[in-house]
Design a protein around this ligand. Sequence first.
Ligand code: NAD
Length: 274
Amino acid sequence: MENLVCIITGANSLTGIGRAAVYAFAKKNARAIYATDIYDEHLASLAEDIYKSTGVECIPKRMDASSDDDIQDVIAEAITKFGRLDVFFANAGIAGPHPMKTETKDEFLKMMCSVPINSVYAAIKYASEAMEKTSEEKPQSSGSIIATASGLLAFDLVLVPCHILHRKQRNVINLCQSAAWRLRGKNIRVNAICPGLIETEMTKKALSLIQGNEFMEHAMKTNSALQRFGCPAEVAAMAAFLAGPESSFITGQDIKVDGGMTASLPYTPLFADN
Ligand SMILES: NC(=O)c1ccc[n+]([C@@H]2O[C@H](COP(=O)([O-])OP(=O)(O)OC[C@H]3O[C@@H](n4cnc5c(N)ncnc54)[C@H](O)[C@@H]3O)[C@@H](O)[C@H]2O)c1
């Protein structure tokens, strides 16, 4: 990934996919990485550690991934400073509380869907414009936009009504596929990653909802072919692959990193064990 200038959203969480992606991109020797998040208490130390351990320039930025203005500001800074933008990993997201604890389904739906969908839409719109820009350093349009969608199985009894998860996830995938096609001929690739259950801050919160329910706890752990949760680095490795030149012929895809969770369909161990 030498020469590539990258932006990653949702990088503040200490155990999150975004932070792991900053390390994965740095390991591949990216030119510069903007590590961004709506919260920024861990971003400066992340940037320092990246520079110390890899020599890669990492720039911490507070940025609301669902705000057009914030996204445009960070992209403009990358263009001014480096003359190019090559990779945008739209990864920020929220799990939210259980829908039964929110005022209305609409409120929940808005919260669950607006961050991921607005942020992926804005990332595609503004990042692709920047990726098309050419300069002495970058003579041709090129780039890779990656979005984190949801896993493709919705645990309707566990976390949220499955139609909400599916709507969010399908919207992100559809946006990526449409964008890949709309950007045809520009050498800008757009792909979605669909993680299974990954151990991060987000799942810690979500799993606390089923604490004490032995059946559900067991089912969640064993509901993938690999019989375990994934780690953030395993998703980050896919993001780094999609960001770099090794994936140069891959666009418009939704790629599962789920330990075989979706391979269980139509067989569902969640219920078959009981
Ligand atoms: N962990 C899983 O099992 C799993 C499964 C499927 C999809 N995902 C998706 O992966 C992505 C990363 O999640 P994670 O598991 O690393 O969670 P995480 O909670 O560890 O990290 C998410 C990060 O996004 C940030 N964020 C939230 N709203 C933001 C906003 N408006 N602007 C900027 N940053 C914002 C948070 O501050 C946090 O640092 C999310 O989009 C999530 O929906 C995760």
